[in-house]
Design a protein around this ligand. Structure first.
Ligand SMILES: C[S@@+](CC[C@H](N)C(=O)[O-])C[C@H]1O[C@@H](n2cnc3c(N)ncnc32)[C@H](O)[C@@H]1O
Length: 250
């Protein structure tokens, strides 16, 4: 089982690790951990000791700042959300490192985000808390939950409300780990994420429950040559390395 440790001199909100599931993954010394979250004034890193690799959180990387400044309609995700009402709430059910959620928040959308990896959840939560200080005030537009999004869908279906929120109008899914030359995530980040969260074996089920609970549509990021699902999407926003398929709710 993956275990993590947090080192560094920048304080973070410790209520984050009050969750009993998350506490099971946290160890008392760096030596016992295979993942280390390292905080410093100008950096936030996730170190994978077994791969001997580390990554910077997007909010602390120059490449991501550049992406945010150049967000335009050549990106399939930006094409896909550009005509939506800006007060729409988008559910990002596969938060990952949060680059896509942050791009949607930068475009003015409120985002309801889910991540089921406890280590990634803590890493991202520390980053989101530091968003305003790093010049990204829109990180506050993201409501971020440690949960399997399928479980949230089950609660929406049975009780109508999850943690005070109704089901989102739009749901965005990006379960894929397909490495392409022009992928948004460079190779080492992909390797660390794969090592941390494993495969995406339940992606078909996630798609099906998301389409069932969303109020309007699912935007599904998929490899360019992914096979058609059922009768196919109503629209495809194509990019050079991937596509975003739009499925309207019946
Ligand atoms: C390819 S990454 C997403 C990358 C993300 N779009 C970004 O911009 O960084 C997929 C992530 O979704 C998470 N995930 C997959 N299925 C999930 C589910 N059912 N509920 C919550 N998180 C899930 C995985 O743990 C992984 O971190």
């Amino acid at each position: 089982m993956n275990r993590f440790f947090i080192v560094g001199d920048v304080p973070y909100d410790e209520t984050l690790i009050n969750n009993t599931i998350i506490r099971d993954f946290l160890v008392d010394t760096e030596a016992e951990a295979n993942f280390v979250i390292k905080t410093s004034e100008n950096q936030l890193e996730l170190i994978d000791k077994s791969l001997n690799l580390s990554l910077s959180h997007p909010l602390f990387s120059k490449g991501f700042s550049h992406r945010l400044k150049t967000l335009n309609k050549t990106e399939p995700l930006i094409k896909a959300i550009s005509k939506l009402e800006s007060e729409s709430r988008i559910g990002d059910f596969t938060f990952g490192l949060g680059a896509d959620s942050l791009a949607m928040a930068a475009k003015g959308f409120n985002v309801l985000a889910f991540e089921r990896s406890p280590i990634l959840f803590v890493f991202n939560s520390i980053a989101l808390q530091r968003g305003p200080e790093k010049g990204f005030p829109f990180s506050a537009k993201i409501n971020y939950f440690f949960a399997d999004a399928k479980e949230a869908c089950r609660i929406w279906k049975n009780q109508g409300v999850f943690e005070g929120f109704e089901a989102p109008e739009i749901i965005y899914l990006d379960p894929m780990f397909v490495e392409k030359k022009k992928s948004a995530l460079p190779g080492k980040e992909m390797q660390i994420l794969k090592n941390l969260v494993g495969g995406d074996l339940d992606k078909d089920e996630l798609f099906s429950v998301a389409l069932d609970v969303c109020k309007n549509r699912v935007l599904y990021k998929r490899p360019l040559h992914a096979p058609q699902i059922n009768d196919g999407p109503q629209h495809i926003f194509k990019g050079k390395s991937h596509k975003i398929e739009m499925y309207l709710r019946n």
